[in-house]
Write a new protein. Structure first.
Length: 428
């Protein structure tokens, strides 16, 4: 495959955009080489500027669960655009999508729309702090909640007490209020609660982690977390930016039958337009301005184009009764095929999967947290990635990402992918 035009476009982009990209992981730093510039996409396929075709396993990092340029979404955006693109006033459409989201997701009475997952998580934390009148939060190493200051914290030597920032520009003051725990380690969380009595406003978690590859919660872990939060007057925040409307109509709350206090959304909820949202019970959500004292606002929040796209997406997911079963079956087929191939080719590997989130780790040990996720064979992943790319299979250019399966994928696409995986892992 030739990437002549993409390579040229990347050189031009680097002159005017830092690193040539508007979000770092797109730059292929984790795998080497230059990123492909996409011209268009339809269904399960991406087409780049050199007219190469790829079967897409990233799908805009999650939103395109029904495939690219999904007709009802495109139609909704097109029709809506003719009526004007932003007013800065309430619109009937916002109430309509809010009501639909409340119908689909359990345990929430009100929802507020924002423009990204980052904004949703950032606002959820402020709300939790305002509601509990406490400052500290607990997050888990390897979980990603967007790029706001409180979340850019990584384990340091004092990880079990105070976090240290992992980006310049995050103040140590902010970092001190973020406590770090190990995913799937309830003892670790208990110790943090004991060391910080009556100080923890919220525990925020990806109920199925998707930003260190796919890491499912261990049996009972989320239940124990729920109980700990309740016992300590702490809010449990489910960051369902990735899992929301993907794992089930009602997301991870429905799948695991756990009640969160605040739920964050992004990705699928916008149907491919910039949308995020956070939601909770009245008692909590009524603390938000203009009803309550916790301030949160946005010039383009609830934007009519974005709401039209999101509504068309959610409506399809709500009415197609077989959608989640189909996604489960397609992803299970891929998983089964990969097990067979990787075993046959003597590759040391682990596959993690929940519903249509799946990841392959090149390490035979179980991957249950950030440390075990990092233990994989990164050098081999790079070769694997480029081999697949050459075969027209586009997976995330990083070993720490989930693959997102879409309903647009056919079993032929999955077989093509499995054949490519076979070729990429022979003579390993
Ligand atoms: C993608 C993601 C975010 C950030 O959302 P953006 O729209 O990129 O700001 C937050 N949390 C999780 C779990 C995500 O996967």
């Amino acid at each position: 495959m030739l990437y002549q035009r993409s390579s040229q476009l990347f050189i031009e982009a680097e002159k005017v955009i830092p690193g040539g990209v508007n979000s770092p992981v797109r730059a292929f730093k984790g795998v080497g080489g230059t990123p492909i510039f996409v011209k268009k996409a339809k269904g399960a396929y991406l087409y780049d500027e050199d007219d190469n075709q790829f079967i897409d396993y990233i799908n805009s990092w999650g939103p395109m669960i029904l495939g690219h340029a999904f007709e009802p979404v495109i139609e909704a955006i097109t029709e809506r655009a003719k009526l004007g693109t932003s007013f800065g006033t309430p619109t009937a459409l916002e109430t309509k999508i809010a009501a639909l989201a409340l119908e689909m997701v359990p345990n929430i009475d009100k929802i507020r729309f924002v423009n990204s997952g980052t904004e949703a998580c950032m606002s959820a934390i402020r709300l939790a702090r305002g509601y509990t009148k406490r400052d500290k939060i607990i997050k888990f190493a390897g979980c990603y909640h967007g790029h706001s200051d409180s979340f850019l914290i990584q384990a340091g030597s004092g990880a079990s007490t105070f976090g240290i920032p992992n980006s310049p520009g995050v103040t140590s003051g902010t970092a001190q209020d973020t406590l770090l725990a190990q995913y799937n380690n309830i003892q670790n969380v208990m110790a943090l609660f004991e060391a910080n009595p009556n100080e923890i406003a919220a525990v925020i978690i990806e109920p199925v982690a998707g930003n260190m590859g796919c890491v499912p919660p261990k049996e009972g872990f989320l239940e124990q977390l729920r109980a700990l939060c309740t016992a300590n007057g702490t809010l449990l925040i489910f960051d369902e930016v990735m899992t929301g409307f993907r794992l089930a109509r009602g997301g991870a709350q429905e799948l695991y039958n756990i009640t969160a206090d605040i739920v964050c959304f992004g990705k699928v909820i916008g149907g491919g337009l910039p949308v995020g949202a956070f939601a909770g019970r009245n008692e909590i959500m009524n603390h938000l301005a203009p009803l309550g004292p916790v301030y949160q606002a946005g010039t383009l929040s609830g934007n009519p184009l974005a709401m039209a796209a999101g509504y068309a997406m959610l409506e399809t997911l709500n009415t197609d009764r077989e959608i989640y079963q189909r996604l489960e079956e397609k992803t299970a087929y891929l998983e089964k095929g990969m097990h067979k191939i990787l075993t046959k080719n003597n590759v040391a590997y682990t596959i993690n999967r929940v519903g249509s989130m799946i990841s392959v780790h090149f390490d035979a040990q179980p991957v249950t947290d950030f440390d075990t996720a990092k233990a994989g064979d990164n050098a081999f992943f790079k070769t694997f990635f480029h081999n697949l790319l050459q075969s027209g299979i586009y997976i995330a250019p990083s070993a720490y990402e989930t693959w997102f399966i879409t309903d647009a994928l056919t079993y032929d696409d999955l077989d093509t992918t499995l054949n490519a995986i076979d070729r990429a892992t022979q003579n390993h």
